[in-house]
Design a protein around this ligand. Structure first.
Ligand SMILES: *[C@@H]1O[C@H](CO)[C@@H](O)[C@H](O)[C@H]1NC(C)=O
Ligand SMILES: *[C@@H]1O[C@H](CO)[C@@H](O)[C@H](O)[C@H]1NC(C)=O
Ligand SMILES: *[C@@H]1O[C@H](CO)[C@@H](O)[C@H](O)[C@H]1NC(C)=O
Ligand SMILES: *[C@@H]1O[C@H](CO)[C@@H](O)[C@H](O)[C@H]1NC(C)=O
Ligand SMILES: *[C@@H]1O[C@H](CO)[C@@H](O)[C@H](O)[C@H]1NC(C)=O
Ligand SMILES: *[C@@H]1O[C@H](CO)[C@@H](O)[C@H](O)[C@H]1NC(C)=O
Ligand SMILES: *[C@@H]1O[C@H](CO)[C@@H](O)[C@H](O)[C@H]1NC(C)=O
Ligand SMILES: *[C@@H]1O[C@H](CO)[C@@H](O)[C@H](O)[C@H]1NC(C)=O
Ligand SMILES: *[C@@H]1O[C@H](CO)[C@@H](O)[C@H](O)[C@H]1NC(C)=O
Length: 446
C-alpha cells in the first residue's frame, strides 16, 4: 500500500526544501556586504539630508563585551528617534555590546533602522534582574516603522537561567525568565537577517503588534534548553514569517491570544516542539485565532509537527487555519489537534466549555513519523472539531511498521492519498474546504 506514493514525491519536496534553505549559506556574506557598504559613523555626505546614520560607538559604547553599553544604546535611540526622516543606528561588525535589560520606547518622529552587524549580549547572571521585570531583556514598545537587521547576533546567554528552570529541575521553583527580544505594540515592523541564540526563555515575541515582517532569521538554542520558543506571536494581526531556520528547545513558532492573518512560509524547524497554535483557553480565557497559513516548512526531529492545543474550560475559536507543503523527518505527533491539553502536574478537571476548532486544512504533508499515532484529532465532546480537511498526506513510520490515525469527535473530509487513513466520524454535513489567504499576503489587508 505504501509503495503507492512514489519516493520521487518525497525527493522532490526534499530538494525543494533544500532550495529554501540555501539562502542561509550566503547569510554571512550578506551581513558582511551590508556593513562594507555602510559608513561606520555619522557620515551623511552622499545621502539625502533626511537620512541619518549613527553609530552606537559615537555614544560611548565600547563594544568589548565587558563594558556596560546600555546607556549608549539608550542615548543613540533617543537621538535617532527624535530626528525626522529615516535614521540608522549601527552596531558595528566585530564588536560585542553588553546590554542590560532595556526599554526602547516609541513613538518616534523618524523611521528607525537598527543595523546590528556586531553582537549584542545579555548579562550572564540572572541576579542582574533582581529588582527588574524578569520577563524582559530587549524590550521595544510603541514604535512605528522600526526595522532591525544587519546580519549580526543577539545572544541571551541563557545557560544560568536554564539551570534554574523548574522544567529543568523539578525541585526549582517556577519563576519567570526574560524573552530575549520583545516587540510590544509595534506597527509596521521589519526584522530580518539576524541570528538569535541561547535566549533566557523565548527568543523573540511579537505582542499586540500590527503588520510584522520577519525573514532570514536564524534562531538557535540547545534542544534541552527549557521554554526557548523561537518566535512567539501573541495578540498580533498581520504577520509574515519567511525563510528562517529555528532550532530550539521549545516551540518553533507559537501563536496565541487573539492573533490573526499570520502567514508562515519557507521555514525550517527542529529540534524543538514544532509549530503550535495555542495553548488556547487556559484558565477559562476567551481567545480567537483565525486566518493562519503555514505554507512551505521542513520539520526535523521535532516533538510535534503542526499542532493546535486548547485547554478545557476555555472559549472562543481557532479557525481557518491551513498547513500545507510540509516535509517532516522523524517527527513525533506530526499532525495533532488536542482539545484536552493540560501541562500542569495534576490532571486537569473535565469541563464542558471549549475553544471551538473548525475549518482546519492539512494539505501535502509528507515525511516520517517517530510515533505510531501520526494523526491525532482529540476533540471536545461538547464542541467537536468541524471542517477538518486532509489532502495528500503520507506519514509512514521513521522506524518502519505501520502508523495510524486517532479521532475523537472529529468531523471532516479527505481527498487524494491519505496515509495513515483518515478516521473522521461519518457526517456529510461537515464536508467543507476552505481557501484562504491565497496570494493575499497577510500584510495587504490588515
Ligand atoms: C520559498 O523559497 C523559494 C526559493 O527561495 C521560492 O522560489 C518560493 O517561491 C518560496 N515559497 C514561498 C511559499 O514563499
Ligand atoms: C548598566 O547601565 C544601565 C543604564 O545606565 C544601568 O541602568 C544599569 O544599572 C547598569 N548596570 C550595571 C550592572 O552597571
Ligand atoms: C536540582 O536542584 C537541587 C536543589 O537546587 C539540587 O540539589 C539537585 O542536584 C538538582 N538536580 C539536578 C538533576 O540538577
Ligand atoms: C480576546 O479578545 C476578546 C475581545 O475581542 C477579549 O474579551 C479577550 O479577553 C481576549 N483574549 C485574550 C486572551 O486576550
Ligand atoms: C473562515 O473562512 C470562511 C470562508 O472563507 C469565512 O466565511 C469565515 O468568515 C472565516 N472565518 C473567520 C473567523 O475568519
Ligand atoms: C528520531 O526521533 C526519536 C524520538 O524523538 C529520537 O529518540 C531519535 O534520536 C531520532 N533519531 C534521529 C536519527 O535523530
Ligand atoms: C474526564 O473524562 C474522561 C473521559 O470521559 C475520563 O476518562 C477522565 O477520567 C475524566 N477526568 C477527570 C479528571 O475526571
Ligand atoms: C468554516 O467555514 C464556513 C464556510 O466555509 C463557515 O460558514 C463557518 O462559520 C466556518 N467555521 C468556523 C468555526 O470558522
Ligand atoms: C456515511 O453515511 C452515508 C449516509 O448516511 C452512507 O451512505 C455512507 O455509506 C456512510 N459512509 C461510511 C464510510 O460509513
Amino acid at each position: 500500500m505504501r509503495s503507492y506514493i512514489s519516493i520521487n514525491v518525497i525527493i522532490i519536496i526534499f530538494i525543494h526544501v533544500n532550495i529554501l534553505i540555501t539562502p542561509f549559506l550566503t547569510y554571512h556574506v550578506q551581513g558582511f556586504d551590508s556593513i562594507i557598504r555602510l559608513p561606520y559613523s555619522g557620515s551623511t555626505r552622499t545621502r539625502p539630508k533626511t537620512k541619518q546614520v549613527l553609530s552606537i560607538t559615537d555614544f560611548g559604547a565600547k563594544g568589548d563585551g565587558f563594558h556596560n553599553d546600555t546607556q549608549a544604546f539608550l542615548e543613540a535611540w533617543k537621538v535617532a528617534c527624535s530626528f525626522s526622516g529615516f535614521t540608522k543606528v549601527i552596531f558595528p561588525y566585530g564588536k560585542t555590546f553588553l546590554v542590560h535589560p532595556i526599554d526602547i520606547a516609541g513613538p518616534c518622529r523618524s523611521k528607525v533602522t537598527l543595523r546590528i552587524s556586531g553582537t549584542i549580549v545579555a548579562p550572564r547572571d540572572p541576579e542582574v534582574w533582581h529588582d527588574l521585570n524578569k520577563r524582559k531583556w530587549l524590550y521595544f514598545h510603541g514604535v512605528n516603522h522600526l526595522s532591525v537587521d544587519g546580519g549580526g547576533k543577539i545572544d541571551g546567554m541563557g545557560q544560568d537561567w536554564w539551570s534554574r528552570s523548574c522544567k529543568h529541575n523539578y525541585t526549582n521553583p517556577c519563576k519567570p525568565a526574560p524573552t530575549a527580544v520583545t516587540f510590544h505594540r509595534c506597527k509596521n515592523l521589519k526584522v530580518r537577517n539576524l541570528m538569535l541564540i541561547n535566549s533566557q526563555k523565548m527568543h523573540m515575541a511579537f505582542t499586540s503588534c500590527r503588520r510584522v515582517v520577519a525573514s532570514h532569521l536564524r534562531v538557535l538554542a540547545p534542544a534541552s534548553s527549557p521554554n526557548t520558543d523561537g518566535i512567539h506571536i501573541s495578540a498580533t494581526t498581520g504577520v509574515v514569517i519567511s525563510r528562517s531556520v529555528i532550532r530550539t528547545g521549545d516551540d518553533c513558532i507559537s501563536i496565541v491570544r487573539n492573533s490573526s492573518r499570520i502567514w508562515i512560509r519557507n521555514i525550517s524547524c527542529g529540534p524543538g516542539h514544532g509549530i503550535s497554535i495555542g495553548s488556547l483557553g487556559k484558565s477559562n480565557a476567551w481567545e480567537k485565532i483565525h486566518n493562519v497559513k503555514v505554507d512551505g516548512a521542513y520539520l526535523y526531529n521535532t516533538d510535534n509537527g503542526v499542532r493546535i492545543k486548547t485547554w478545557q474550560g476555555g472559549s472562543g475559536f481557532a479557525s481557518n487555519i491551513t498547513f500545507k507543503n510540509i516535509l517532516m523527518e522523524n517527527v513525533s505527533n506530526p499532525i495533532i489537534i488536542d482539545q484536552y491539553y493540560c501541562d500542569s502536574r495534576d490532571p486537569c478537571k473535565n469541563q464542558t466549555l471549549a475553544v471551538q476548532v473548525g475549518n482546519i486544512s492539512f494539505i501535502n504533508i509528507e515525511g516520517t513519523s517517530a510515533t505510531e499515532e501520526t494523526i491525532k484529532f482529540a476533540c471536545s465532546d461538547t464542541s467537536p472539531c468541524e471542517g477538518l480537511y486532509l489532502e495528500n498526506i503520507f506519514l509512514p513510520s521513521y522506524f518502519g511498521g505501520d502508523t495510524r490515525s486517532y479521532c475523537w469527535q472529529a468531523h471532516g473530509s479527505a481527498k487524494g492519498y491519505v496515509y495513515p487513513p483518515a478516521c473522521f466520524s461519518n457526517s456529510s454535513d461537515f464536508i467543507r474546504q476552505n481557501v484562504l489567504l491565497e496570494s493575499n499576503p497577510a500584510i495587504n489587508s490588515v
